[in-house]
Design a protein around this ligand. Structure first.
Ligand code: BGC
Length: 381
């Protein structure tokens, strides 16, 4: 058990909570994930919701989009809140979700004009964000029902999710077989392992799109959350949020999160990049680049509750999106309206528009190769 969990349990004991209240934090292994019907799509397809609990973390995942519908963690007193924005019904996810909690594919973030050339062939992707392709196009991996199986393994519990994207889907070449494993460890960490294979050369960039609010979804703004990102550079964008190709230093800019600062501190600085993003919506060039094993890249902390989220990844980039396009038109899980800045996303990834920037780390996947990346979310209270 790590120090943060020990603190949680001590805090819970002090608050008079029982072992049952703080979930399986005491157990050596978690319970097998349980499945229930969440709803049906218009064509009658069933969508299931899986519930997992381990090491003091409670996770609910939909077969639709692999969506994290709820993620509950305790505060410094052992009090649980759902810290991931979402909906309580499938219809809202289908009708209007801005990728709440979803798996993103085939390509996380934007590809300029939805076009790229690979091995001399040009491809036109589905365009769904002005002139550009965003998060895999009009019907990305977030809008498909995945095959899901639950597992227990030693002190871990988890889900294995499969989706096969046929050759040409959304304009991408090759049949892509994606496998994503969500593991809840005995420490309460949520780990994601992404894998994919293809039968033709293609591009792939998978990520997860949880909207975090460590004070609890629907509780207000995240501008007081404190954030640290281990990155000395970021990728500036044009007005359509496509990287210019430059890797710019963060020193002396609102993008410097090398030392912890609040999300809101510099968000209203009149910087051209913040005007383009309507706030922060940028990719950080993580200092260590691609690594074989996940290493720490970012820490988020809500001072009011004491809840923390620490992210480790094998990926070279991190898209930090400060919830700029939440506009008060969606009602979330707890019945509250989501407004601008009510959550933030920290999406581990390769850089946006990499297929059009040969100098960026490559997102090309060829037959015979296996795409593999991992990201670990650790929580404290
Ligand atoms: C992008 C934002 C976009 C959001 C969708 C983020 O990953 O960077 O520009 O609006 O996803 O909700």
């Amino acid at each position: 058990m790590d120090m943060s969990r020990r603190t949680v349990i001590a805090g819970a004991a002090a608050a008079g909570l029982t072992a049952a209240t703080i979930g399986t934090a005491h157990a050596s292994g978690g319970r097998k994930p349980e499945k229930e019907l969440f709803g049906k799509l218009a064509d009658g397809t069933k969508v299931h919701r899986w519930s997992l609990e381990n090491g003091g973390t409670r996770l609910k995942v939909l077969s639709y989009g692999g969506i994290v519908q709820s993620l509950e963690i305790p505060d410094r007193h052992g009090r649980y809140k759902n810290v991931a924005l979402g909906f309580d019904n499938i219809d809202d996810y289908v009708a209007s979700s801005p990728y709440f909690g979803a798996l993103i594919g085939r390509y996380g973030n934007r590809i300029g004009k939805g076009q790229f050339t690979l091995d001399g062939k040009s491809y036109q992707l589905s365009v769904n964000d002005g002139a550009n392709s965003l998060h895999g196009g009009a019907k990305g991996f977030d809008k498909h029902v995945w095959d899901v199986e639950g597992f227990t393994s030693g002190s871990d519990v988890g889900l294995v999710l499969h989706y096969t994207s046929i050759d040409g889907e959304m304009g991408y070449p090759g049949t892509l077989r994606a496998k994503v494993t969500y593991t809840l460890t005995g420490h309460g960490d949520w780990r994601i392992d992404y894998e994919a294979t293809t039968d033709k050369a293609t591009v792939v960039n998978l990520t997860s799109h949880v909207y975090w609010n460590l004070a609890g979804e629907g509780s207000g703004s995240i501008y007081d959350h404190e954030l640290e990102i281990a990155a000395a550079r970021f990728t500036p964008v044009d007005s359509g949020l496509i990287p210019t190709g430059e890797l710019a230093g963060v020193a002396g800019t609102p993008f410097d999160f090398r030392r912890t600062k609040t999300v809101g501190r510099d968000i209203r600085v009149a910087h051209q990049q913040l005007l383009y993003g309507k706030g922060i919506d940028h990719n950080w060039v993580l200092d260590k680049g691609i690594t074989a094993k996940p290493r720490h890249v970012a820490t988020l902390r809500d001072p009011s509750s004491g809840r923390t989220l620490s992210i480790a990844t094998t990926e070279p980039g991190l898209q930090f999106y400060s919830g700029n396009f939440l506009d008060g038109t969606l009602v979330g899980t707890g019945g509250h309206i989501y407004r601008q800045g009510d959550a933030l996303c920290l999406e581990t990834q390769h850089f946006p528009d990499s297929p059009n920037h040969p100098s960026f780390p490559s997102t090309v996947l060829r037959p015979g190769q296996t795409y593999r990346t991992s990201t670990v979310h650790s929580f404290g209270g």
